[in-house]
Design a binder for this molecule. Structure first.
Ligand SMILES: [Zn+2]
Length: 437
């Protein structure tokens, strides 16, 4: 399927030729245009005396300032003020379209109720579903516009956004249309994912027959409609004990693949249920969460092309002490990405650098591994590793500038926002009041 609306030409490009000068470090992440594995993840390509040339929205060169000034004598120079210039961060897993924030559940959890218990009491995803169904497209657009802009202020330039709080044909289409409108209205790159299989809606939970009817609705009506209207690039399923079974997940994703969509899977978040194995066997682009992944699951991912997207912010916010086994995944050769899981129930943070902090402090990743996980491997998790995620000739000039002198400060000042500016295709996307001269 040709996804014409996802082409870079959607984005206005910056001034004809720009030189990004006076960075204390340029973190290029340069290398092959694919997910990085094992020791490859430990090289973020940190250069201390480099400038970056951008022409017509693409990186044209990474070299000494002298060399680039000679090649591009008429370029407009942008002073990086001794900050660290990186590829714009890629947040490859968010549920950014929702209505009411669910701060009330935080105290329920503190009082001892777990995620499944809150869901059984009609909270959790179902309360977001009721809420979203009652809201207009315009209302959801206004809320999401502000929220996704917050993600950009922390350095993200590409954000995957899922539907999944509608769970009817009309409400899922409404959500995906909001995502399409955001894609046109915000300078961010937005990757739309259809997650009609986020939950079994309450009205289909009476019996096995009604449950089957919802899966049929997904397979026969929703997926073909979403694909024919080109409203999503990916389809995703919440495969978890008590939500979608392995057979249902396989049926839904197989239908999605047949309709031309790429695949993602919420896998092994709370219980080890063969999610990683299923994602690998279907050739999914990513398997996400994996806090409870089994040894067999790690093995299956190591032999396939699926990116393991880890979401440690969710475990932190849920008060869990377990985390995805990032070290074992990396050592087995599985490409690992990090993302916020930005959503109203279990991870309401827009701060991807904070997730890098958790990657280092909780998942025991090196800073280079965490950086690769939120750039190149995040790009691979949204099937864009050929265009974004590295500062290298021919790649889109999607950049993030941070007010730090060393990239190791990015996860160090945890919770702080040091992002000065982001650029998408060389054009300023976000600038903070820390300012650029
Ligand atoms: Zn999720």
């Amino acid at each position: 399927m040709s996804n014409s609306q996802f082409n870079d030409t959607d984005h206005p490009v910056g001034e004809a030729t720009q030189l990004f000068v006076n960075a204390s470090q340029v973190v290029t992440c340069a290398g092959p245009a694919r997910a990085r594995r094992g020791p490859e993840m430990n090289d973020a390509g940190v250069r201390s005396k480099a400038a970056v040339a951008v022409r017509d929205g693409l990186v044209a060169g990474v070299d000494t300032l002298g060399e680039l000034r000679a090649r591009f004598p008429d370029a407009h120079e942008i002073d990086c003020r001794r900050g660290v210039l990186m590829p714009g961060l890629v947040d490859s897993h968010t549920h950014g379209i929702f209505g009411r924030p669910r701060y009330d559940e935080q105290e329920m959890r503190a009082a001892g109720l777990d995620y499944m218990e809150i869901a059984r009491r009609g909270g959790g995803i179902h309360s977001s579903v009721r809420d979203l169904r009652a809201r207009s497209e315009d209302e959801l657009f206004a809320l999401a516009r502000e929220r996704l802009t917050r993600l950009a202020t922390f350095g993200a330039t590409t954000v995957e956004v899922k539907s999944g709080y509608g769970l009817t044909l009309a409400d899922e289409l409404k959500t995906l249309r909001v995502i399409a409108r955001l894609s046109g209205a915000l300078p961010l790159r937005i990757v739309p994912t259809f997650l009609g299989a986020h939950e079994i809606p309450l009205e289909y939970r009476e019996s096995e027959a009604t449950r089957r009817a919802y899966v049929e609705l997904l397979v026969r009506e929703m997926i073909p409609r979403v694909a024919s209207e080109r409203l999503a690039r990916f389809a995703d399923v919440f495969f978890e004990t008590g939500v979608y079974t392995v057979d249902e997940s396989r049926a839904i994703l197989t239908a999605a693949r047949g309709a031309g969509l790429l695949l993602k899977l919420h896998a092994d978040e709370l219980t080890s249920s063969g999610g990683a194995e299923l994602a690998a066997s279907l050739g999914a682009t990513s398997a996400d969460h994996l806090a409870a992944v089994s040894d067999e699951g790690i093995e299956a991912l190591a032999h396939g092309s699926t990116v393991a997207t880890l979401l440690p912010g969710t475990m932190l916010f849920l008060g869990k002490s377990t985390h995805a086994p990032a070290r074992r995944l990396i050592e087995a050769g599985v490409p690992v990405a990090l993302a916020t899981d930005f959503n109203p129930g279990t991870s309401p943070t827009p701060n991807l650098p904070l997730v890098l902090t958790l990657g280092v402090s909780q998942l025991r990743m090196s800073v280079a591994e965490a950086v690769i996980a939120a750039t190149v491997n995040g790009a691979a998790a949204v099937a864009m590793a050929d265009r974004v995620g590295q500062i290298a000739p021919g790649f889109s000039a999607d950049l993030a500038l941070f007010a730090i002198e060393d990239v190791r400060e990015l996860p160090y000042w945890y919770g702080d926002n040091r992002c000065i500016a982001t650029f998408v295709a060389g054009k300023a996307c976000h600038t903070s009041d820390l300012g650029l001269t």
